[in-house]
Design a protein around this ligand. Structure first.
Ligand code: COA
Length: 333
């Protein structure tokens, strides 16, 4: 079997060029390219990837992942080429998590994909390995990804890390929780309007750990299809929000909420009512104390635990530096 070790930056200048790192092709062997050499190559890879992951819905993947594909210099795309065709792919997104007042440089690996005709030959593992090495070069302390595939990621040095809980929500349970919590009767729940996003961001900002996004990235994130948002307002303004769905992911999951838990219950209720014929939704909550989860648990919500994802250190030096700065607040991580 051909090895996939042909990634090599031609020079530091090339490495920092607009298209990212370049690879030297080795005749007859698969080759991993980092970035796209041309607009044509980018179009070809994205069309192939969209056909594989979102068949019959042209352009869907780019619209679901605007932060990765719309001119984002911190998103690195890695493609395995064989016989002048893309055969495997993944994306490494360099982000920063704000933890209290500190920062944790992190790489998120996503969209790992191998063409059906090329599966079982180590391409996914090789492209993920290339992403790990790239993350080290970019001085990202930590790498995180979400997957069920132990056999793919454990040999690459990833470990299961963290837990999250899903609470099962149905109409009766929400009614009971709302009865007990007695949200202000002056609250009204609405679909989100463009003017609401600034306030949603303010409410999100109260979290201890948060992915940092700039204004442009936030604006693009709002365009993701199949994102359902409810806001609860009173005469003073927004009191809470809740988000369900994100492209093809999280269709049945309220994956984000913020503000007063009593008001957020009303947002969850409205989201559930709008997804008939389903009669259940899930609420994703962190393992730490969460006031909304607590109210739902009091009302009898059933909880499903699941591992959060996979992590490994990419650049030990960068990780040590970031962690050393935040040691006093480590328990919040
Ligand atoms: C999952 C996927 C990327 C694997 O690609 P691949 O190139 O065939 O994977 P590799 O050949 O590098 O396999 C690496 C390891 O993962 C294991 N693996 C691959 N696909 C697997 C699957 N569907 N279920 C369980 N294990 C799997 C392989 O057995 C191999 O482990 P081994 O060496 O112990 O046998 C490919 O099947 C795919 O694109 N699927 C659709 C998209 C998808 O599910 N992506 C999510 C990835 S997180």
């Amino acid at each position: 079997m051909a090895t996939l070790r042909n990634i090599m930056p031609i020079s530091r200048d090339d490495a920092e060029s607009e298209t990212g790192w370049l690879a030297i092709p080795a005749a007859g062997e698969p080759e991993i390219r980092i970035g796209f050499a041309s607009i044509e190559e980018r179009r070809r890879v994205l069309d192939w990837l969209n056909d594989g992951l979102r068949a019959g819905r042209p352009g869907r993947l780019v619209s679901e992942y605007p932060l990765l594909f719309e001119r984002n210099a911190s998103a690195v795309h890695l493609t395995v080429w064989e016989n002048d065709a893309p055969v495997a792919f993944c994306t490494l997104w360099a982000v920063t998590f704000r933890v209290g007042v500190h920062r944790l440089r992190t790489g998120l690996i996503s969209l790992v994909y191998t063409d059906p005709a090329a599966r079982g030959r180590g391409h996914a593992r090789a492209v993920a390995q290339a992403a790990i090495e790239q993350a080290g070069r970019l001085e990202l302390g930590l790498l995180v990804l979400w997957s069920e595939l132990d056999r793919l990621y454990r040999p690459l040095g990833f470990d299961r890390a963290g837990h999250e809980s899903l609470l099962v929500l149905d109409a009766l349970l929400l009614e009971q929780a709302i009865d007990t919590a007695r949200p202000d009767p002056g609250l009204r729940v609405e679909r989100v309007s463009p003017a609401d996003w600034l306030e949603i961001e303010r409410l999100r900002g109260f979290r201890t750990c948060q992915l940092e996004l700039d204004g442009g990235e936030l604006a693009r994130a709002r365009t993701i299809p199949d994102l359902e948002v409810r806001v609860a307002k009173d005469s003073h303004g927004m009191r809470a929000f809740a988000l369900r769905g994100r492209g093809d992911d999280f269709q049945e999951v309220v994956h984000e909420w913020g503000g007063d838990p009593e008001a957020a219950l009303l947002c969850c209720q409205s989201l559930l009512e709008a997804c008939a014929p389903w009669n259940e939704l899930f609420l994703m909550t962190p393992p730490s104390h969460d006031p909304l989860a607590w109210r739902l648990r009091q009302a009898g919500a059933h909880r499903v635990h699941q591992p959060m994802g996979w992590m490994r250190i990419a650049s030990p030096a960068a990780f040590a530096k970031d962690i050393a700065a935040m040691l006093p607040s480590l328990s919040e991580l």
